[in-house]
Ligand binder design. Structure first.
Ligand code: GAR
Length: 197
């Protein structure tokens, strides 16, 4: 079995990244986590990636903002880093940026994301607060292909999570995060097994 060279894009804590790196320790897992790229210089997840022996890179969105460089410039640098590292497949894991349509088209079919709701419900920002405001009894998380339209690509896998009485966005988020860590490794495996990349 050939393992695909996978990059994980993060912006912060990186707990989903960690779940993927740990899953890839199994010799029969179809991904080699070859690179972690952060859009934030001090992102917590970078330290774990380095300690796990995974290569890291930063495309610092704050620097791009300071230098008045636009989204396309950011995405072009990101694309160059991925290609130089011979990356075949990309996982977004708490990557809190909208990628340009041009970037997404280059990677279409080879880029996936995890979102903390049962898509198509509660796309975009603050999905936990959206779920609480809607009064749903069940929400969850979704791994899906990334397309130019936000949180709208085909679903690969979903997990349901109950909303408990008295939940806040924080308690709900913590419960969903545990489900995310269980869901994402299997979903990546499934996506790679059906990828013609
Ligand atoms: C996760 O809950 C992930 O689903 C969410 O950010 C969190 C990142 O946590 N992503 C989004 O909301 C993307 N729209 P992590 O950095 O610990 O993996």
């Amino acid at each position: 079995m050939s393992r695909r060279r996978v990059a994980i894009l993060i912006s912060g804590r990186g707990s989903n990244m960690r779940a993927l790196i740990e899953a890839a320790h199994a010799s029969d897992y179809p991904a080699d986590i070859a690179l972690v790229v952060s859009s934030v210089a001090g992102a917590e997840g970078l330290a774990f990636a380095r300690s796990a022996g995974v290569g890291t890179a930063v495309v610092d969105q704050a620097r791009f903002r300071r230098e008045n460089r636009d989204r396309e410039a950011f995405d072009a640098e990101l694309d160059t880093i991925l290609r130089n590292a011979h990356i075949e497949f990309v996982c977004l894991a708490g990557f809190m940026r909208i990628l340009s349509a041009a970037f997404v088209r280059k990677w279409e079919g080879r880029i996936i994301n995890i979102h903390p709701s049962l898509l198509p419900a509660f796309r975009g920002l603050r999905p936990h607060a959206q779920a609480l405001a809607a009064g749903v009894r069940v929400t969850g998380c979704t791994v899906h292909y990334v397309i130019p339209e936000l949180d709208a690509g085909a679903t690969i896998a979903q997990a349901e999570v109950p909303v408990m009485p008295g939940d806040t966005a924080e308690t709900l988020s913590a419960r969903i995060l545990e489900a995310e860590h269980r869901l994402y490794p299997g979903a990546l495996k499934q996506a790679l097994n059906s990828c013609i990349c």
